[in-house]
Design a protein around this ligand. Structure first.
Ligand code: A3P
Ligand code: MG
Ligand code: MG
Length: 371
């Protein structure tokens, strides 16, 4: 097996001035509805409207027993993203050119790798018509989830499922399905009693770039601050919602700073300018909200924190890695992109000599190879 290795360490190779980056621009979008059915529209767009301070503390565990939870075990590959690209190309009568097409989640893993030695990842990739398509290796993801699920929790701690529910409940009580003006008071106040359903999503498809690499990435956005701008080229005031435990000691503060790296990278990639953090206590009571500006986060961590990560290095690392990746994945077949847990390198190797595995949908290939 011929394995290509990209060294993450030493990091000083990636410091210095920033590689060119492009501001992400939304070029298309799609939704999943309450049943997780794909829709080529913005029907699942949500409007940010936080719970009022009079409603705090708010019990994020409420309704856990009626949670409509998405089964995320099945492999969805890149299907929804590719369907959206096909529709875009049909509308514009132009090929959607890109060096790399992938989900935002894959790019987050790559971007944070310089400061996340501990975690591993596995992705599948294929080369088709000048573009590298990257998906998550779903069996690796499921195996990791199983390991997490079987981890013993200290007695008295809420279950992993409960803690994940708090995140979705926070979203549910912080957004509206229509603008504030279109929503009745009863509806707004009734939010805290509504069934939580995480099957619906609005996904933004953006064009962005790192160094020489042009990317098209798709990812979920939680809500919009106001409404979509009239001029399509203007930035969109997206809001990313996150929950986290209230911080008491230095250990917890460092843990939070490390979480901020993920928040920042995830939001940076889609051009989400604002992150709203809901602080909760150990029992899942929502206590207070804090607004963070994505753009200012790396500076804030350097100034006020322990400097456990550096956004500049993440950007330069990503630009260098993607440029290298394009020199490796440029022939037919399928490839694995892997970082093992605690490893300082990313390995890339071929797993199938020909074809595109299941990475590309037949719908997409049929469209792109039409006569
Ligand atoms: P929190 O981030 O508030 O914990 P996102 O923040 O990306 O929009 O995801 C929404 C919620 O999905 C998260 O809320 C969390 O509850 C859950 N979630 C996301 N990624 C997860 C993961 N890898 N494991 C468990 N839960 C996850
Ligand atoms: Mg989300
Ligand atoms: Mg969120």
């Amino acid at each position: 097996m011929n394995s290509h290795i990209f060294d993450i360490q030493p990091l000083h190779r990636f410091s210095g001035s920033n590689a060119a980056i492009r501001r992400p621009r939304e070029i298309a979008y799609f939704s999943y509805d309450d049943e997780h059915n794909f829709r080529l529209d913005g029907s699942s767009l949500k409007y940010y409207y936080p719970p009022q301070s009079s409603q705090l503390p708010l019990d994020l565990s409420a309704g856990f027993d009626t949670f409509q939870k998405l089964n995320d075990a099945p492999d969805e590959h890149l299907d929804a993203l590719l369907d959206t690209i096909v529709a875009l190309e049909q509308n514009t009568e132009k090929k959607c050119e890109a060096d790399i097409v992938t989900w935002r989640g894959m790019m987050t893993k790559i971007m944070t790798a310089p400061f996340d030695m501990l975690n591993g990842f596995e992705m599948n990739a294929t080369y088709f018509q000048g573009t590298i398509f990257i998906e998550e290796n779903n069996s690796y993801k499921n195996a990791q989830k199983e390991i997490q699920r079987n981890q013993r929790m200290p007695p008295g701690m809420p279950s992993q499922d409960m803690m994940a529910y708090w995140g979705y409940k926070f979203e549910a009580v912080s957004v509206l399905s229509n603008t504030w003006g279109e929503t009745s008071r009863e509806k707004i106040e009734g939010r805290i009693h509504e069934v939580v359903n995480n099957k619906a999503q609005y996904c933004s498809v953006v064009r962005t770039g790192f160094g020489k690499a042009k990317l098209v990435i798709g990812g979920e956005v939680d809500a919009i601050w106001d409404c979509k701008p009239v001029r399509k080229e203007d930035p969109i005031n997206w809001v990313e919602l996150k929950t986290t435990a209230e911080l008491f000691n230095d250990k917890e503060k460092l843990k939070y700073e490390r979480k901020l790296l993920k928040f920042w990278a995830q939001s940076f990639l889609l051009g989400v300018p604002k992150i709203v953090v809901g602080f909760r206590d150990r029992d899942g009571m929502l206590l207070r909200l804090e607004e963070l500006e994505t753009q200012g986060l790396p500076g804030k961590v350097k100034r006020e924190g322990r400097g456990s990560w550096d956004g500049n290095i993440c950007i330069n690392f990503t630009a260098a890695f993607l440029e290298w990746l394009q020199t490796v994945i440029n022939t037919e077949g399928t490839w694995r992109i892997r970082k093992r847990e605690k490893s300082p390198v990313i390995e890339v190797f071929k797993i199938e000599e020909s074809g595109h595995g299941d990475i590309l949908s037949s719908n997409f290939v049929k469209w792109r190879t039409r006569q």
